[in-house]
Design a protein around this ligand. Structure first.
Ligand SMILES: [Zn+2]
Ligand SMILES: [Zn+2]
Length: 417
């Protein structure tokens, strides 16, 4: 078999790996949008492919998947498919025209009568992150996907360390954190404690800015509200995401939880028509946010992606105390290089006198020590870094830990296995 990394040997995001079997069948793993703008060329996405695996519903892994057309099977988890469709629905974009096929964690499937694929559920900032063991032509490749050990599903990491995949010829392992600085908060539990401290003492509303699909973070904020006796406001999109993910875990709170209220502007309600979602729409309307929020804003916490300046300033009409703004995602998004739609608004709000700003976040990715620990547990013949900005540093750190079998590959070059 032959293997090629179209993109990802020297960058985070835009990941796409190609495995070509001896019989000529071609399997791709992930087809993501590049995060960095330095190399806009993604023309490889139009190359011939017979099947595609998607590890998780983050743009840098699935964003270009529709390029394979509507015939090629796209293997994906149920929650991932649902979440991708939900995002498009609320953006007002048509659902993806893909030939979706199902991947189920802890199950092996045979693809194109050629590739044996076993999916492992991993701990990541997405609720359904998968790693893959792919077997073809007598060779075994393990693709780590994006993973960590410090979230609410950290036990999955421990389980993999104690019972790792065996006889692996090639390990493709992510190395996001090789280049990112040490974090102030190392675990989701620490994040939850820090948010709870702020919410317990809030004198006006607290805003927590995060991604709706970061379910671990949502749970941290929800728990903080339970402990501090606050009401938690979410929007219709977040409510919809919770509905989808709670299908996988019945311990997850939904809009029916006593502490939750939903901000339901018409623009969002238009995306979930009553004919299609009669039960959901009814439940959202019974939990709709009321104007009381401006009377006693100190009773509320707002979990959202994009704070509106007008809304924030309206809170000061009845309550002159400072508002808390907790930025709870990767700090890079506040920088020009990785700018997102909310960047300018947050940067303006964070310096406002009557706002207490804090950055409370932990990464979705494992630190180098854990990458090394996992690589040692799997003990593959060959290790190739992927999803990293500094593969050279990764190779050196692995070598210092006694792993001399790290190979650095180049984008677009084919290697035999
Ligand atoms: Zn990623
Ligand atoms: Zn990811």
């Amino acid at each position: 078999m032959k293997i090629k990394i179209y993109r990802g040997t020297k960058e985070i995001g835009g990941t796409c790996v190609e495995i070509t079997a001896d019989n000529g069948k071609i399997l791709w793993i992930d087809l993501g949008v590049p995060l960095s703008t330095t190399n806009p060329d993604t023309s490889y996405r139009n190359n011939k492919v017979d099947a595609l695996l998607i590890s998780h519903p983050h743009q840098d892994h699935f964003g270009l998947m529709e390029s394979v057309g509507s015939e090629v099977p796209v293997y994906i988890g149920q929650v991932s498919e649902d979440l991708i469709k939900a995002t498009k629905r609320f953006l007002g974009i048509d659902p993806p025209l893909c030939n979706f096929q199902r991947l189920t964690p802890w199950k092996e499937i045979k693809i194109l009568d050629t590739f044996k694929v076993y999916s492992y559920l991993v701990d990541h900032s997405s609720p359904e992150g998968l790693a893959f063991l792919i077997e073809v032509d007598g060779k075994r490749v393990f693709y780590s996907g994006d993973f960590r050990s410090t979230g609410r599903k950290g036990f999955l990491y421990d389980r993999m360390i104690s019972n790792p995949p065996k006889n692996i010829n090639l390990l493709l392992i992510e190395g996001t954190m090789v280049e990112r600085s040490k974090q102030e908060y190392e675990t989701e539990a620490e994040v939850e404690r820090a948010i709870t401290d702020i919410v317990m003492n809030q004198q006006n509303m607290t805003f927590v800015v995060s991604a709706a699909q970061n379910i671990d973070r949502f749970c941290s904020v929800f728990t903080a509200c339970l402990k501090a006796n606050k009401m938690l406001i979410i929007d219709v999109y977040t409510a919809f995401v919770l509905e989808l993910v709670s299908k996988m875990s019945n311990r997850l709170p939904t809009i029916d939880a006593h502490r939750i209220l939903v901000y339901n502007p018409k623009s969002q309600m238009d995306k979930v028509t009553e004919e299609e979602f009669v039960d959901f729409v009814t439940r959202v309307n019974t939990k709709a946010l009321h104007n009381g929020v401006f009377v006693k804003p100190e009773k509320f916490v707002y979990f959202l992606r994009f704070p509106q300046k007008k809304f924030v300033n309206a809170l000061f009409t009845t309550n002159k105390n400072n508002v808390n703004l907790i930025y709870s995602q990767w700090g890079g998004y506040l920088k020009e290089r990785y700018k997102v739609p909310s960047t300018d608004t947050i940067n303006k709000l964070k310096v406002q006198k009557n706002i207490n700003f804090s950055h409370i976040h932990t990464s979705g990715h494992a630190p180098v020590e854990e990458l090394i620990e996992l690589a040692k547990a799997i003990s593959p013949e060959k290790i190739v870094p992927i999803h990293t900005e500094n593969p050279t540093k990764m190779k050196l750190e692995f070598a210092a830990a006694g792993l001399a079998n790290v190979e650095l590959w180049d984008d677009g070059l084919e290697y035999s296995l």
